[in-house]
Ligand binder design. Sequence first.
Ligand SMILES: [Zn+2]
Length: 310
Amino acid sequence: MSEWGAIEKGGEAVSAWEFRSHYLTYGDKYEEFFCPFCDIRLVAYLIYTEGEISKSPHFAARSEKHLFGCDGNPVGVSALEYKLPKSRYCPRNMHAPEMLIDRRPPRTSYSKPSESGMKHPSSSDVFERRQNASFLGKAIPRTHLLQSIVEVHNIVIREIYKQAIERKWSDAKRNDEINKALGTLPLQLKDKTNYRDAFRRTLFLNWLYPRIYHGYGFVEISQEGTYFIQSHTDGKVKGEYKPFKIMVFTDVGYESPNSHLALLKQIINLAKNKQECRWYAYGKPEVQSDAIIVTIQNLDHIYLKIKFHQ
Ligand SMILES: [Zn+2]
């Protein structure tokens, strides 16, 4: 099981989460995957799953074995992961995006076939490719899509809830283990943080750096015709409670990715049906007249669900 794949032999190494993010955004689907280091064929799991997934997407070697000591990962990455003080209760084999990046434009191809991709790679080619992938932080799994980060967060919570039932933990012990597990998963936003610190309820605002705020609410339309989510819970500024709102600029046109069109439809329906939603929004709060506002300009940075599955 590994997290890197290429869509052709000798092609660029792309993480399973990034393939998933591109699938959810554009509907990009590739038939074949190869190990980006030793060129064997790989099978993809959970990349093309609609809806929230319960395990991380990954690749596995099925019909062939990795060559020349390759394990499907850049050199040093498995060892590095091993050294991280991961929570004992973090799901096993968990891969998580560690960086939220700006979306790259849609691509018909992820890679230019390199010359070495034309022939079978030698032992030193394989080592070199794995080593190059570790340099310059290239090996950090990244995503442009808030949904992928939320999926990881919820996979960890769901898994620890399961263990809490099996091990008959108190609520306090369970919450403590959730916090520990999320705290050990690094996440780079505009600053370096982790999955615990990144996710905030509306009372715990970070005024300096964007964070992922979440809660429940209803979609409404402002007098100017802008959609916004009115959170059930307030925010707090200088000791004073104020309504918390997410303004969503749904600037969607024919060039927009499929996911933005789908999101706009979802927002319109939620408003029309006055249906409660579970919302996640990435941004920095601002105080505007009598409310605390997070403004969403990039629709990759909001994720809505009708129901929350713990
Ligand atoms: Zn390989």
